[in-house]
Design a protein around this ligand. Structure first.
Ligand code: GTR
Length: 361
């Protein structure tokens, strides 16, 4: 089945955008991207098929922008090990890590076309195609990482994962991404006023653009692979991310002020191409779903360790970290964003259920 939504990844948004991030340019305006992506997709699909055996045995091709040792990559590897063990090697996963296949936006498109079977991305690049994916990225929605885990482990998470199907993707599981904090080359951020006038990189998501603007800063959407260079060259003043990404992208070398705003605790997501999924028999689908779910606790253990390792390493490297005492000031400045993105009845219902789950904390 073809994705139906007009903003689907396969088709891109209506010409002239309609989104502030310009999620996908019309094909004619994309000098090299579309043909490169198409060729890549065809090549990858061929590689995948070559790995096919009797009863559709295969290595699923997967991708991740993070390097080999990052918890998301290790978690998908664990899922691959589980699949191999349970099928005597008939099913498995081969991962292209380190962003070698391009940005999350590009590889998602390839995944929808079936050139990649699996893809681990953040929810951000899905925000403009599926409104429910903006929910976990709402500023200050989750009170803690634990609150996020509980909410997304429940049927709320299942509903958000299921919403991806009409866009050509099967949502398999969420992984942790911890809390996102601002970092920049200029000054510690203690109050929303400190953000004024700063040029801040955001992922390609209108929601993130709105959040930055709500703080009086300038939002610059770009892929994470470009951030280090943009910081060094002064194209941007800063960005926002969790400890492990601030660390692994070496962004801390260029932007030493890391301010613990904890404005977003949005998860990562692992998706499978619906066109691949449709070719699996029921037994294999169950195996894939179970292995994905079982990789989640594995990932969480690695994640908690990795946050600590990164924090220690960066403090030793001499970054300047500051706590933010008045997080409520950030929360109220960013609150109008909620009204803009929580518009459907369904979204409102999910958001209030998530809030109720956090009330106990
Ligand atoms: C990281 C996330 C990546 C990517 C990145 C970004 O925390 O793991 O998938 O979304 O942030 O900001 O682009």
């Amino acid at each position: 089945m073809e994705p139906k939504n007009k903003n689907s990844l396969a088709q891109g948004p209506a010409p002239n955008g309609g989104t502030e991030t310009g999620m996908r340019k019309p094909a004619s305006a994309d000098a090299h991207g579309v043909s490169r992506r198409t060729a890549l997709a065809a090549g990858l699909a061929a590689t995948g098929l070559a790995a096919c055996g009797v009863r559709a045995g295969r290595m699923f091709l997967s991708t991740d922008t993070h390097p080999e040792e990052y918890p998301t990559v290790q978690a998908v590897k664990e899922m691959g090990r589980l699949l191999e063990a349970r099928t005597d090697g008939r099913l498995g996963i081969k991962i292209y890590a380190g962003g070698q296949l391009g940005s999350e936006q590009d590889t998602l498109e390839i995944t929808v076309f079936g050139g990649l079977d699996l893809n681990r991305v953040n929810l951000a690049p899905l925000n403009s195609i599926e409104p429910l994916t903006t929910i976990p990225a709402l500023p200050f929605l989750f009170k803690s990482n634990d609150h996020m885990r509980r909410a997304l482990d429940s049927d709320i998470g299942d509903e958000i994962l299921a919403s991806l199907e009409r866009h050509g993707l099967i949502g398999l599981c969420f992984y942790d991404s911890g809390d996102r904090n601002f970092y920049n080359t200029r000054r510690p951020i203690r109050t929303p006023e400190d953000m004024r006038g700063l040029k801040i990189r955001v992922p390609s998501s209108d929601l993130y653009v709105s959040m930055i603007r709500a703080l009086g800063a300038d939002a610059t959407p770009m892929s994470i692979a470009e951030v280090y260079q943009a910081l060094v060259q002064g194209v941007i003043d800063g960005a926002e991310n969790n400890w492990p990404s601030y660390d692994s992208g070496r962004h801390f070398e260029a932007a030493k002020y890391y301010s613990l705003t904890q404005h977003v605790i949005a998860p990562e997501v692992l998706v499978m191409s619906k066109s691949r999924w449709d070719k699996l028999d029921e037994a294999d689908r169950l195996l894939v779903r179970a292995a994905a779910k079982e990789s989640v606790p594995f990932m969480r253990t690695l994640w908690d360790q990795r946050v600590e390792t990164s924090r220690k390493r960066l403090l030793e490297a001499g970054i300047e970290v500051n706590e933010v005492d008045d997080k409520a000031a950030f929360a109220s400045a960013m609150r109008p964003v909620w009204d803009r993105y929580v518009v459907s009845e369904k979204a409102r219902r999910l958001v209030s259920r998530i809030e109720e789950m956090g009330d106990a904390e």
